[in-house]
Design a protein around this ligand. Structure first.
Ligand code: FMN
Length: 358
């Protein structure tokens, strides 16, 4: 067994290498998660867009592909009420794009399927018993956390500030994902809305390590071995990588999205709320440029999405990135196009070499 400087994450999750494939709603897959777990890391499956039936079916597939530990991920946002008028206004505002792309602006569209983690999901997860359950946007109610713990699941969640890390530790998390500003996808923030004050990975990780006793996993802009090795020097004992895994053939990334990732540079991603209503980091395109990156018009999360989804779909069909949602961290340019199993093995080996344990 190779020698990692700190093996608390391996012990906690019963895995071989301290690498976590980030859950990525809509673009991860059971194949991606299984290959990462089979390579000794922790594969994750984002479940926020699944119905309970889908959750059961997907987990069954995942279990047929790997017997190793896996992570199921959920959002625990609060669904705001009475957003109908805001949603209507948003749709009306976007109708110019509907007309331009040839979509009927009066056609009805699917409502959001992003349900926060609740009693119903909890009962299913108790049955499925994944080794790890991770959350974004805080934690669910204490009784649900307790039930997951009793089912034997380890519980982790993202913190974007030291205060959030302390909050999560006080509520029983087994480890913290310190999500730096560089990260692709949604900011996991739940105690603050102040995006201008969000902390970079290099600053967040060591301060979080100093503030909590539980293990810290670094996330945000970590795409190759240098970032993973740096995370260990900063005191983390694991790294969670999202964007790096989008280059794997197992990720459900469209051709346009993949091209975007392959062409993007350090300064081409921004935090935007125009797709979902919450700030998330993605590659600039026409929609973000014209409506954002932050729009006052966008209804609160997750209610901006339903009116945008038809534009995303049509834009894909037309081969235009104009409305395609391309979540990405700031280090996509460091991505390597390898199958997930090989990528995980290579990242681990390259990191150990950098850390001096050949
Ligand atoms: C395409 C994409 C989708 C994401 N979706 C989720 C999600 O569903 N749940 C979650 O906890 N984090 C999600 N994230 C955030 C990741 O957990 C992680 O914080 C981020 O990928 C780390 O930054 P990196 O992309 O630079 O590696 C997503 C990130 C990306 C890039």
């Amino acid at each position: 067994m190779k020698n990692w400087p700190d093996n608390r994450i391996q012990k906690l999750f019963n895995i071989d290498v301290p690498l976590i494939q980030a859950p990525m709603a809509g673009v991860d897959s059971v194949e991606l998660a299984a290959e990462v777990s089979n390579a000794g890391g922790l594969g994750s499956l984002a479940c926020t867009l699944f119905s309970v039936t889908q959750l059961k079916d997907e987990f069954k597939k995942l279990r047929s592909l790997t017997a190793r530990p896996v992570n199921l991920n959920f959002f625990c946002h609060e669904n705001p009420e009475n957003t109908e008028t805001l949603q209507e206004k948003w749709k009306k505002h976007l109708s110019k794009y509907y007309i331009e792309l040839g979509i009927d602006p009066n056609a009805s569209y699917a409502a959001t399927t992003r349900a926060p983690f609740n009693e119903e999901y909890c009962s299913v997860v108790e049955e499925l018993r994944p080794e790890v359950v991770s959350f974004h946007f805080g934690l669910p109610a204490a009784d649900l956390v307790k039930r997951l713990r009793q089912a034997g699941c380890k519980i982790i969640s993202s913190a974007t500030t030291v205060a959030e890390a302390r909050w999560l530790e006080a509520r029983g998390c087994d480890a913290i994902i310190a999500q730096g500003f560089e990260a692709g996808g949604h900011r996991g923030s739940f105690l603050t809305d102040d995006m201008a004050a969000q902390v970079g990975t290099m600053a967040l990780v060591p301060q979080t390590v100093d503030a909590v006793k539980i293990p810290v996993i670094a996330a945000g802009g970590i795409t190759d071995a240098r970032g993973i090795a740096a995370s260990f020097f900063l005191g983390a004992c694991g790294a969670q990588l999202g964007t790096a895994y989008l280059f794997c053939p197992e990720a459900k990334v469209s051709k346009l999205y993949l091209q975007g990732l392959q062409q993007t540079t350090d300064d081409q991603t921004v935090l935007t709320n125009v797709y979902s209503g919450k700030p998330a980091r993605g590659i600039r395109n026409r929609f973000i440029e014209q409506e954002g990156p932050i729009s006052e018009m966008a209804p609160p999360f997750p209610f901006a999405s339903p009116a945008v989804n038809p534009l995303r779909k049509k834009s894909e069909e037309l081969g235009l990135t104009d409305f395609v949602q391309m979540w990405s961290g700031q280090s996509a340019a460091l991505g390597q196009s390898l199958p997930a199993y090989e990528l995980t093995k290579k990242l681990a080996q390259d990191t150990l070499e950098l850390l001096g344990n050949k």
